[in-house]
Write a protein of this length. Structure first.
Length: 268
């Protein structure tokens, strides 16, 4: 089985650096949407001046967007390749995002430093998730928020991933997944209170995204990031998402899920 090591991820991000990031799917704005939604603007809430940490920097695009919204953003990753992409994205957007090279399970930050700590596509790479989560919580301020975004168990994405892992073809080596109940239980077990659980179906869907990536990397041919929708099907899909998406059962059907959880206030 492929190992998920610093050398593996450095090579992965070096290869990504050769691509136009506009041709690589991000999180479709869901991380920014969920983090921004923590602070209700109708109640005087804002990201301005909030200290935000992204653990596992990735391409840094979410961090950059949060910085543009007025947050003081840091990112931490254990390979410089990812941090280099973040710096490049921040420079292009003319904002500051501070990159830190370090281990997400033993971060070089003082206890109670951040208003928000978040990560996407990270927790599933840890056979034991608790060291990562506990250090996330350690660096949160009392009353701060942890946002954890992971793949969901009951989806064809998971089936395809398991097959590729078995064949030693999965790009990330070993990886797991969670149901929303499992994720909530893990986070609540560490003393946090889940304030919101969410899911995302992704539009366009994963099959289209996979086809687009294969064509782009193997032939250089670019399909549109967001193909022109067929109006009747688009309306039907949107109506279905609006109706079914309000039900908790929907969180057992989306490819990605997440929780927003609050750290208790300091005891007086």
């Amino acid at each position: 089985m492929r190992e998920s090591t610093p050398a593996h991820w450095q090579k992965f991000w070096e290869e990504a650096d050769n691509l136009d990031l506009d041709d690589v799917y991000g999180t479709d704005g869901r991380m920014v949407r969920e983090i921004t939604g923590i602070y209700d603007p109708t109640d005087g809430g804002s990201l301005v001046g909030r200290r935000v940490l992204e653990v596992g920097a990735g391409t840094g695009r979410d961090a950059v967007t949060l910085a543009k919204a007025g947050a003081e953003v840091l990112t931490i990753d254990y390979v410089p390749g990812s941090l280099g992409l973040t710096v490049k994205a921040a420079d292009m957007a003319d904002v500051t995002v501070a990159p830190v090279c370090g281990d997400g399970t033993t971060m070089p930050f003082a206890e109670g430093t951040f208003d928000v700590v978040f990560h996407q596509g990270l927790l599933e790479h840890f056979p034991d998730p608790y060291p990562l989560l506990r250090d996330n919580i350690r660096v949160l301020k009392p009353g701060g928020y942890l946002v954890v975004d992971v793949p969901q168990t009951f989806h064809y994405y998971t089936l395809a991933k398991k097959m590729l892992i078995a064949l030693n073809k999965w790009f990330a080596g070993w990886e797991t997944e969670f149901t929303i109940s499992e994720l909530e239980k893990i986070v609540e077990g560490e003393g946090l209170t889940v304030t919101r659980s969410y899911g995302d179906w992704m539009v366009p869907g994963l099959w289209y995204r996979a086809l687009r990536k294969i064509l782009l990397t193997r032939t250089g041919r670019k399909l549109p990031m967001h193909p022109e929708p067929i109006p009747p099907l688009a309306r039907l899909g949107e109506a279905w998402r609006r109706a079914f998406g309000k039900r908790r059962l929907s969180l057992y059907t989306t490819p990605t899920i997440g929780v927003i959880a609050r750290k208790p206030e300091a005891l007086s």
